[in-house]
Design a protein around this ligand. Structure first.
Ligand code: DCS
Length: 538
């Protein structure tokens, strides 16, 4: 036995002996006679050595955490699962059984899955940081021929700060990148931002979950969420066992937010004894695509201030703005700061992500949240939770840096960057209009324009026979309609019931992300399906 192995074995034996002694001492204190110990160890042994046929699983559907069982997430729910099955069948047997040869995933805002090209500069920098040997002097000529000088410089700068992308970083996120985020916020809003108040995250999702976990002190806590809402919120509330306090958006008024809705929903919840602590605003909206006016945002801030409520501003679609003159994006941080010192104490968390906008780097899992007006001791606790997860992934953090510090006018990469961003933006805008026109042309369907985000949320009025058929199949009517749409056209959308909707109304959510060159064909498929569906059930 080698010396080290011998020493290792010895310390293991000592540790084992020590733990046996400790457990004997513990058992003595709990009044179990050491003589009985052998019996206890023996019965444990018997339990562990149950035969295969009598072994009962520790983890069953009945015994696991019940809050996990309550979680629902329709964006990747039944429709998405069925879509995957169809894809597999198409790959195995071809399109024979179906009237289409591809599944189009409009159920999720995942632009690159639907062939949106990545931003070249971002990938160049990502590539150089992943494989730093490319930056060695001996590779210089080849790399200079392939990469623009500003991408090389940015990669060098980042690597100087980070070391290796394979190393854990600061738990709150790389300080250099947080400084860039703070600078971006300052330039966007015209008000100061402190890098110590920024937490980098794995997409906005983990940020939202960490903040909700912080707020939900017990199961009597209520969190105000919009209806319809993005189900990250309802799912996280189920997971942490808190109470959703729904407030309804006004479909007739372009999914606007009426303060009287907030007030009545809050007072109902407080009457029931709920400790309502936070209000979630998704702006621009998902699934509803509306952008709030500045005046409306001031009212919301005033409501939170008066009612002593924390504001969570989900602003991941802040650059997906399709009516920039009538409905520009304003951040809650900016509006709050512009309202003067009366509101200085308001507690605000603002979320952003690399998954959306024209970037669409969903798979990189990059994001951040900014804390405004949050108590220092509370921030320390958030930091502790971030530390337990060690750090957000470093390539995702790099993508955040690129998002907040993209090429500027005069930089080598600026012309290409600008061309790519505006071509994606213009195309998204055209597609949003085309799809909303299509939906509005269908019998019994109405659809509000997307002022922002990546989705349309049309309302469908279904024939009585279709509602009966849905009931017979054990489905919600909108779920039934969406399943038929998937089976007939290969287009996968999400039923409105996955987001919440006014009772007695039915909707579905579709992204407008399918590639533009396929868009006419895609619209045609939907049009034919809807006509045939109505003919079948009318
Ligand atoms: N907030 C909103 C409003 C979102 O729509 C999403 C993602 C997120 C947060 C979280 O995104 P990341 O974690 O990737 O930053 N939207 C989902 C959706 O509805 N479709 O695709 C994903």
């Amino acid at each position: 036995m080698s010396q080290t192995l011998y020493k290792g074995t010895l310390s293991y034996i000592r540790a084992f002996a020590c733990s046996r002694t400790t457990s004997v001492r513990f058992l003595k204190r709990t009044y179990i006679k050491p003589s009985k110990l052998s019996g206890i160890f023996a019965s444990n042994l018997t339990r562990n050595s149950m035969s295969e046929s009598t072994y009962s699983k520790i983890l069953t559907f009945e015994t696991i955490n019940p809050h996990i069982k309550n979680v629902e997430y329709a964006v990747r729910g039944e429709l998405a699962i069925r879509a995957e099955e169809i894809k597999e069948e198409l790959a195995r047997n071809g399109s024979g059984r179906f009237g289409f040869d591809t599944v189009v995933n409009c159920n999720i805002g995942n632009p690159q899955q639907l062939l949106q090209p990545p931003i070249t500069f971002f990938r160049q920098v990502a590539c150089l940081t992943e494989y730093p040997d490319l930056l060695l002097p001996e590779n210089r000529d080849r790399v200079n021929a392939l990469f623009p000088s500003d991408a090389i410089e940015r990669a060098q700068l980042l690597l100087k700060q980070i070391g290796s992308v394979g190393a854990y970083s600061h738990s709150q996120g790389i300080p250099f990148i947080r400084k860039d985020v703070a600078k971006f916020i300052e330039e966007r809003d015209g008000f100061p931002s402190d890098p110590n108040n920024i937490f980098l995250t794995q997409g906005a999702s983990t940020g939202v979950q960490n903040v909700l976990q912080l707020i939900i002190a017990d199961s009597n806590v209520g969190i105000m969420i919009p209806i319809p809402q993005y189900p990250l919120y309802s799912a996280t509330l189920s997971l942490f066992d808190a109470q959703p306090v729904p407030y309804y958006l006004n479909e007739e008024e372009n999914w606007s937010l009426d303060i009287s809705q907030l007030t009545s929903s809050l007072s109902k919840a407080r009457d029931k004894g709920l400790d309502v602590r936070a209000l979630v605003i998704i702006n621009p909206g998902n699934p509803t695509g509306q952008c709030l006016t500045e005046q409306n945002m001031r009212e919301i801030i005033d409501f939170c201030h008066q009612q002593h409520i924390v504001l969570l501003a989900d602003e991941v679609y802040q650059t997906n703005i399709y009516q920039p003159t009538e409905r520009p994006f304003h951040s809650f941080k900016k509006v709050l700061r512009s309202m003067g010192s009366k509101y200085d104490q308001l507690e605000l968390f603002s979320f952003h992500s690399v998954s959306k906008g024209m970037i669409g780097e969903c798979g990189r899992r990059g994001g951040y949240y900014e804390c405004t007006g949050i108590d220092k001791q509370v921030m320390d606790q958030l930091y502790k939770v971030a530390s337990v997860g060690l750090c957000p992934n470093v390539p995702g953090q790099i993508m955040v840096d690129l998002m907040v510090r993209s090429p500027k006018r005069g930089d080598k990469s600026y012309p290409l960057f600008q061309k790519e961003i505006s071509s994606i933006y213009e195309s998204l805008r055209r597609r949003s209009i085309k799809l909303s026109e299509l939906f509005n042309s269908l019998e019994g369907v109405t659809c509000k324009d997307a002022q922002g985000s990546m989705y349309l949320f049309p309302r469908i009025r279904l024939p009585v026979n279709a509602i009966e058929a849905a009931k017979a199949a054990g489905k919600q009517p909108d779920e039934f309609y969406c399943l038929e749409m998937l089976n007939v056209t290969g287009v996968c959308v999400v039923p409105g019931s996955g987001f919440g909707q006014e009772d007695g109304t039915w909707h579905f959510r579709s992204t407008f992300l399918p590639p533009e060159e396929l868009f006419d064909g895609f619209c045609e498929r939907l049009k034919n399906f809807h006509r045939e569906f109505l003919a079948k059930y009318n």
